[in-house]
Structures are given as structure tokens and as C-alpha cells.
Design a protein around this ligand. Structure first.
Ligand SMILES: [Zn+2]
Length: 220
């Protein structure tokens, strides 16, 4: 599937440099990023699998070590990824991993759990209770996207949101200025579900399949 590439920014229009890239209609999905804990990297988004630094205010363009195709290769595992159901996301041990929505476009390959794409940019981030407000503000300023607080750790929030597919899809498509209220309105119920342990578990076989998928992506 191919989605049109955005027009190239006019280099002469300096003001545009400070704006978020004009993200075209493409695919919206869920993914994770790591954010820095050291002072000089606190406003950086890093891909947790490949360790790629996501640039601010311009799309990330996928790269691949292979010379015979450009990402995402049909028979390769390269490309920027996102999943449709946030419950299948894999999480590391760090409290500095965040849940987020990403827009993918350009050349997009659909897989069993989600997509791999040539171009991507974050749409919004949700950080856990350990991330201070000033770090959220710094991330939001740098990337120009909403960075929202969650009273529930992001990996648990991903399970709670994923258990309500209609809510998850609604959040992906909400205008940025409505996200804060939309999330805050549902947070008490999510906190309650989290405290009482009513999180939905994903069937073991689907988790295993996704782990295999991400392990292969990791090679690039
Ligand atoms: Zn490749």
C-alpha cells in the first residue's frame, strides 16, 4: 500500500522549520519509545528496538542495511513499525518507556499485528507517573505533539486501552487539542481497573507471534 509523500518543506520558508511536519493521511497505530533520563537527553525519543533517535519536527525515514531495496522491504523486516492493538506491544524493564501513537506513510507494508513503513512521525505520547511535568513539556515543545500524563504506568495503560478497541481507535483519531480531556475523562476508570487488577490479558500465542516479529525487526 502506498500513501502519498508529503510535499517537501520549502527551505526558504524559515518559519516552517519550527512546525510539525505536515503529516499526510496514512496509517495510525500504537508503538513505544524510550525517553532519556539524563538531563541532556530528556527531550529525545528513541526507538526501543533499534535505538534509533527520532528527529524532531521532521519525519523519520526508515533505513535498511540491504542495498537491493528501500524500506520497508517485502521480504525484509526493515521499516518503522506500529501495531493496531496496543496490548501486543512488548515492553522492556525501563520506567522511561512511553506509549504513543504514530502516523506512518510513504510505502506501508501490512503484517499480522500492524504495519512497517518508510516514513513516520509521532502523533502523541502518554507518559507514566514517574515522568515529571517539565519533561513532558520539554518533549512536547521539541516534537510539537501532545505529551499527556497517565496515572497508570504506560505498559498497563496499553492493556487497558487495548481492551476497549473503540476507545483506542477514537484516541488515535482525536484532534490533538481534545486528547487531554479525552484521556483525563477515562483515567479514573482505568486507575480503578488497574488497582483492582482487571486488566485484560492477551492470548499467549499472539504474544509469542509478535515477539518473533519484533525480534526479526530488531536485526535492522
Ligand atoms: Zn530491509
Amino acid at each position: 500500500m502506498t500513501h502519498p509523500l508529503p510535499p517537501r518543506p520549502d527551505a526558504a520558508a524559515g518559519a516552517r522549520d519550527a512546525e510539525v511536519p505536515d503529516v499526510p493521511d496514512g496509517v495510525l497505530g500504537w508503538r513505544t519509545w524510550r525517553i532519556g533520563r539524563r538531563a541532556q537527553r530528556r527531550a529525545e525519543l528513541v526507538g526501543p528496538l533499534a535505538g534509533t533517535l527520532w528527529p524532531a519536527r521532521r519525519p523519520l525515514v526508515a533505513s535498511c542495511g540491504s542495498r537491493d531495496h528501500s524500506p520497508p522491504g517485502d521480504h525484509c523486516r526493515c521499516g518503522l513499525y506500529a501495531v493496531a492493538d496496543p496490548r501486543v506491544l512488548e515492553w522492556g524493564p525501563s520506567e522511561y518507556e512511553v506509549l504513543g501513537a504514530v502516523a506512518l506513510w510513504g510505502h506501508v507494508v501490512e503484517g499480522t499485528r500492524g504495519w512497517r513503513a518508510s516514513h513516520g512521525y509521532p502523533r502523541f505520547l502518554v507518559t507514566g507517573p514517574v515522568i515529571p511535568a517539565e519533561q513532558r513539556a520539554a518533549l512536547s515543545r521539541r516534537y510539537g505533539v501532545p505529551v499527556l500524563p497517565s496515572a497508570v504506568p504506560p505498559r498497563d495503560l496499553a492493556r487497558l486501552v487495548g481492551a476497549q478497541p473503540g476507545v483506542a481507535d477514537d484516541l488515535l483519531r482525536r484532534p490533538g487539542e481534545e486528547l487531554d480531556d479525552a484521556l483525563a475523562a477515562r483515567m479514573p476508570a482505568w486507575v480503578h481497573a488497574w488497582r483492582t487488577g482487571r486488566t485484560t490479558t492477551v492470548p499467549a500465542d499472539s504474544r509469542r507471534r509478535f515477539r518473533t516479529l519484533t525480534a526479526m525487526w530488531h536485526r535492522h
